[in-house]
Design a protein around this ligand. Structure first.
Ligand code: SF4
Length: 634
């Protein structure tokens, strides 16, 4: 336990360190100490401490839901599980322990999950470990075997441009961007452009949710062009040109096979909503807001039969196993408003989703589970931990959730707050929400806004969870900021163009302050002048050149566009905001303003002080820092 020197407070137990640098003043993450261990021993990997009353972790994993005829043991090579017609495989897990698996002779693995169960490290697992620097290929394999990690990689897509990635709590938090043509908007070309745009803004997966235009052509084009896994909701294309009531087993299987062959890497299938659940929706404020959920509820009421995706589950698994497509089991009963969150219907469906998870694992198919939607902040941890308990750690993929309903137009922000909390408490992938949510089909800039908001959520959660190395980026930017190295500051910013444009809007020169506080009040500049504080902080980050100010590069067309989009102020008005006149600061030494510290001439400064005594601000901050005015460190 760390104790503060003044004895007035105690820090909580400190978990993993999210940064590699040791000369920092923060103690590391307050999350649980990471335990990347095989089987149930790793159930709490990168997890938040439970607040009282939270559901405990499950003591089961995908190892407990093997296909019929399989058996496993974590003791040292138990020969008892071998018998005629079966073979026994023994391999070392990442922590050095031994796992023994008994399975029917002649079995050939088809999915990442099946390979992991046999101790095989696939090329995709190795690639994932390269991309997740804190994980070894063995740890990736063990997490996949436990069902806590998925690698959505359709074999067809691997033949195109797909770069394998993973989703799971042992790895960094991922984000998904939704796109898709609707009957009233967008085209195939536009969707491919949006795909590339989402990849540029670091979406880890993309879902094609097209409900209009040429669905097949759009899906095919997206699968062929994507470097990220593509997900779909197959029921959408199954009902194009027909009524939902006409959906049957043959249509379902044909649709699933068609999309599988195109290279879709994960399917959202709303098989968790059952006939008995529908009556629970009538007390809700907004009923069923999932397209798949509402369509299937209508089908079940029309036919008085069980959800056809649920009854065909094993047959669907068979197709998905062949291509190694991952389930994203859809939450057809997700709440559509705060008032319906965590209600009986949502939790009843989650119980059935857990059953489907176990059934899919028995078929050797990888599983992630989809989650809510709209959840008040105080209920997010419970939602994440209830899923972890019921679904035995299968990766949770949540939409937002939005933590308030009253900010349409800003739902990328309301949901980003929920998403950050969700990731900290257990979600592995965050489905972005754009400013157009509830209002219309997102356009290019909405896709960017959504991606940026969700990269913030994912990164913030990863740092909080103590994933090694995740804070290095922040630490680098902090050092650039401390060194007032604007070029480095922009370069390290997630959105370089916007950061530079916002800076240059007021002061498009390289100075040792910015327009927010101005020269005289720039605390970073003042801190930098206190040499003892600055020592080491700016190593490798000193502004380049000979110490003279350097005019920033002119605005690029993209940066100019960012400013035009903001468009409130004329250039004259903008420059009036700057603390110093641009031309003077940008000019040669003899034109530079005398108040600029890089150029200040002591005689000139003294003269100015005499002339403008009343207007000048006291630059010596020694007294404010409790130091003598003549202290030698100033
Ligand atoms: S002027 Fe203010 S906002 Fe700008 S760098 Fe200095 S302290 Fe930071």
């Amino acid at each position: 336990m760390t104790t503060a020197s003044n004895k007035h407070y105690q820090l909580p137990p400190v978990g993993g360190d999210p940064g590699i640098e040791t000369d920092v003043t923060t103690p590391g993450s307050f999350a649980n100490k990471p335990a990347i261990l095989p089987g149930e021993r790793g159930a709490k990997t990168f997890s938040s401490p439970d607040t009282p009353g939270m559901p405990p972790v499950s003591n089961k994993t995908a190892w407990d839901f093997l296909p019929e005829g399989w058996a496993t043991s974590e003791t040292n090579g138990s020969p008892q599980i071998e018998s005629v017609g079966f073979k026994v495989i023994t391999f070392s897990q990442a922590d050095g322990s031994t796992r023994t698996v008994s399975l029917p002779e002649g079995f050939t693995p088809s999915t990442q999950l099946e390979s992991a169960r046999l101790g095989i490290i696939t090329p995709e697992m190795s690639r994932v470990a390269e991309r997740e620097e804190h994980l070894t290929p063995e740890q990736v394999r063990d997490e996949v075997a436990a069902g806590r990690m998925v690698i959505p990689a359709n074999k067809v897509a691997l033949g195109y441009d797909l770069d394998p990635m993973c989703i799971g709590r042992a790895s960094k938090t991922k984000i998904n961007a939704n796109m898709g043509a609707s009957p009233v908007s967008s085209s195939t070309d536009e969707e491919v452009e949006k795909l590339k745009w989402a990849e540029q803004w670091k979406a880890d997966t993309v879902m094609d949710l097209s409900t209009g235009g040429d669905l097949n052509a759009t899906r095919d084009a997206i699968c062929r062009n994507a470097t990220v896994p593509i997900g779909t909701v197959p029921i959408y294309s199954m009902i194009i040109g027909r009524k939902i009531e006409d959906l049957d087993y043959d249509i379902i299987m044909a649709g699933v096979k068609e999309q599988a062959a195109q290279g879709v890497s994960y399917f959202t299938i709303h098989a968790g909503i059952l006939k008995e659940h529908i009556k629970l929706a009538k007390n809700r404020k907004i009923g069923l807001v999932s397209r798949g959920g509402s369509l299937l509820a209508k089908w079940m009421l029309t036919h008085n039969k069980e959800n056809p995706f649920n009854t065909a589950w094993e047959d669907i698994c068979d197709v998905m196993r062949g291509y190694d497509i991952t389930f994203s089991i859809g939450d057809g009963c997700r709440p559509g408003g705060l008032a319906d969150a965590t209600d009986e219907l949502q939790l009843a469906e989650l119980v059935e989703i857990a059953n489907l998870t176990e059934r899919a694992w028995r078929c050797g198919v990888q599983v992630m589970v989809e989650g809510p939607g709209h959840v008040p902040l105080d209920q997010i941890e419970f939602n994440m931990k209830a899923q972890r308990t019921l679904c035995h750690g299968a990766p949770f993929y949540v939409l937002g959730p939005l933590v308030t309903d009253v900010f349409p137009g800003y739902d990328h922000i309301t949901s980003c707050i929920g998403a950050t909390n969700a990731a900290y408490h257990g979600a592995s992938m965050l489905c972005y929400v754009t400013p157009k949510e509830h209002l219309g089909l997102p356009k290019k800039n909405d896709v960017k806004e959504g991606c940026v908001a969700y990269k913030i959520a994912a990164h913030a959660a990863d740092v909080a969870l103590g994933i090694p190395g995740t804070r290095d980026w922040d630490d680098q930017l902090t050092k650039a900021r401390a060194a007032l190295n604007w070029e480095k500051h922009f370069e390290l910013a997630f959105d370089t163009d916007t950061a530079r444009a916002y800076h240059d809007e007021d002061l498009d020169v390289d100075t040792d302050f910015c327009a927010m506080c101005g020269h005289d009040w720039c605390s970073v500049r003042i801190s930098k002048e206190i040499q003892e504080w600055a020592s080491g902080k700016a190593e490798g980050f000193a502004r380049n050149g000979d110490g003279k100010t350097v005019k920033s590069a002119a605005l690029t067309p993209e940066q100019q566009q960012i400013l035009e989009t903001r468009g409130h102020l004329s250039p004259e008005e903008i420059h009036k905001l700057a603390a110093k006149k641009k031309k003077k600061v940008a000019g040669e030494v003899e034109d530079a303003p005398s108040c600029h510290s890089d150029y200040v001439d002591p005689d000139e400064a003294a003269k100015l002080r005499e002339q403008e005594k009343q207007q000048l601000v006291q630059l010596n901050t020694a007294e404010a820092h409790g130091l003598s005015k003549t202290d030698s460190i100033i």
